[in-house]
Write a protein that binds this ligand. Structure first.
Ligand SMILES: Cc1cc2nc3c(=O)[nH]c(=O)nc-3n(C[C@H](O)[C@H](O)[C@H](O)COP(=O)(O)OP(=O)(O)OC[C@H]3O[C@@H](n4cnc5c(N)ncnc54)[C@H](O)[C@@H]3O)c2cc1C
Ligand code: SF4
Length: 474
């Protein structure tokens, strides 16, 4: 029987006192020695059984890559090279997924070691492999080998949106020999990875380096192109053999509370875009400003709410998360909630805004909150919040609304014949093809707000389906 080590090897982290003063990464990741020690904890379950593989939405051979680290323990470069090859077979952006995936609900949630102790730290091991490979030139070599093996087939595919779904679809198609062009509305590719998730969780340098790989594979990225306006969907249809839509779910959901238009109230999308994409925290060095008062309320309990709260904290505010259910129902990753707590974000549960109250100049000064209690579970499986009629008023000068995002209906209206459901999600078949033949879709555009790895899984699946579609139609 393999020896079971119950406690995971911790990853070094910056102290809360130090990290709240800047936007640099909180978790410092494993060193080779620590990674190897953690890799030793894996029981190397047989590949046809290993629950972690099934728990991973893109089915990475997890015992395989962990086993490679152990097998070549005396030669870290070789170990990492072999491990990266195994990861890349299923996941082209491991430095990103190793950082942002909710592993506790996926691979680590079903790891057998987790039944008696801490699950193997799969996410941090994946991150280690990707970071080490980049820092030691291993990634560059492997990529060059892959590029050398590509045989171009002369067919052209357009990808709309440069988020994880579009980027993955483009990478997979390029590897199969297609000429791929991504059209992206913003001035930088990356989608939520660039404008949503802050530097302290996912350094932008990491995203940019991962994106540089796409260019090596021959993918063209045209930024500042809003499909439906800058270029029409019909024009793309004429020029390309197939199209993938990965436009995400970037429209903020805003409830029409009285007073919601007062000064000082942001959607999380605007707040995070200013902070992350426009680097407003370095104003006036960067010319986008951000105004944050002394006391900030963040409405919501998901990843977006945590990111907004921790960003506001780093801009010097006292921050409160106001959530209508309890901690147990929060959808944010456990690690992010823990980090927010350590950093001094205040949490108030079972409250929901009733109205926003302004001063004579139209600036927010307080929020009237209704107290809630929990009822029966709703369709999400979480207990539904029910208003109690009791209210409390708290003073705030800034509020950030993070109650969800939906797909952009304006874009879909510019695509004749595209079927969407009542929530604005594109309807696709089992091959991710939409109601228009040759047009595929994936990621948040078909799921509503979901996760990076699910978007990537869709991108990969759609690339295979596009390949089959174009191979059979030629
Ligand atoms: C703040 C925040 C934090 C998150 N944290 C996590 C996390 O920790 N872990 C996790 O797994 N998930 C997290 N998520 C969810 C995750 O980011 C998304 O599920 C994922 O990014 C979806 O990928 P996508 O490619 O479908 O869409 P997106 O990332 O939204 O990318 C879509 C892209 O399409 C572009 N686009 C839209 N319309 C057009 C058009 N008409 N023409 C051209 N381009 C267009 C957009 O500009 C954007 O760049 C978070 C989301 C947010 C908002
Ligand atoms: S389930 Fe856990 S112990 Fe088994 S192979 Fe996967 S990571 Fe290793």
């Amino acid at each position: 029987m393999p020896k079971l080590i119950k406690e995971r090897v911790p990853t070094p982290e910056r102290s809360p006192e130090e990290r709240i003063k800047d936007f640099k990464e909180v978790n410092l990741g494993y060193t080779w020695e620590l990674a190897l020690k953690e890799a030793e904890r894996c029981l190397q379950c047989p590949k046809n059984y290993a629950p972690c593989i099934k728990g991973c939405p893109v089915n990475i051979d997890i015992p395989g890559f962990i086993g490679a680290l152990r097998k070549y323990r005396d030669d870290p470069d070789r170990a990492v090279r072999e491990a990266l090859k195994i990861i890349w077979a299923c996941n082209s952006l491991p430095a990103i997924t190793g950082r942002v995936c909710p592993q506790e609900e996926q691979c680590e949630g079903v790891c057998v070691v987790g039944k008696v102790g801490d699950a193997v730290n799969i996410g941090k091991l994946e991150r280690f492999v990707a970071d080490y490979a980049r820092e030691h030139g291993i990634e560059e070599n492997l990529l060059r080998e892959q590029v050398g093996e590509i045989e171009r087939n002369g067919k052209k595919v357009a990808v709309i949106g440069a988020g994880p779904a579009g980027l993955t679809c483009a990478a997979e198609l390029a590897k199969m020999g297609y000429e791929v062009t991504i059209f992206e509305a913003l001035h930088k590719p990356g989608g939520v990875l660039i404008y949503g998730i802050p530097e302290f969780r996912l350094p932008k340098e990491i995203v940019e380096r991962e994106l540089a790989k796409l260019k090596e594979l021959g993918v063209k990225i045209e930024t500042n192109v809003l499909v439906g306006k800058t270029i029409t969907f019909e024009e793309l249809r004429e020029e390309f053999d197939a199209i993938f839509i990965g436009t995400g779910a970037g429209t903020p959901r805003i409830f029409p509370w009285p007073g919601v238009n007062l000064n000082g109230i942001y959607s999380a999308n605007e707040f995070l875009t200013r902070v992350n994409l426009m680097k407003a925290y370095e104003f006036p060095e960067y010319d986008t400003p951000i105004k944050v008062g002394k006391k900030v309320a963040v409405i919501g309990g998901g990843n977006t709410a945590m990111d907004a709260a921790r960003s506001a904290l780093r801009l010097g505010a006292e921050v409160w998360i106001l959530y209508r259910r309890t901690r147990k129902e929060m959808t944010a990753r456990e690690e992010e909630i823990k980090h927010a707590e350590e950093e001094g974000v205040n949490f108030m549960f079972l409250v929901s805004p009733k109205r926003f109250i302004g001063d004579e100049n139209g600036n927010l000064k307080a929020i009237e909150l209704e107290k809630m209690k929990l009822g029966e579970p709703d369709e999400s499986g979480r207990r539904r919040p029910i208003p109690t009629g009791e209210t409390v008023t708290m003073e705030f000068d800034t509020a950030i609304i993070a109650i969800g995002q939906t797909p952009n209906k304006i874009f879909y209206q510019s695509v004749p014949g595209l079927k969407v459901d009542k929530w604005g999600r594109i309807i696709v078949d089992e091959n991710l093809m939409t109601s228009i033949p040759g047009v595929f879709a994936g990621g948040d555009a078909i799921r509503g707000e979901a996760t990076v790895i699910l978007a990537m899984g869709d991108g990969r699946k759609a690339a295979k389906a596009i390949h089959e579609y174009l191979s059979s139609s030629s």
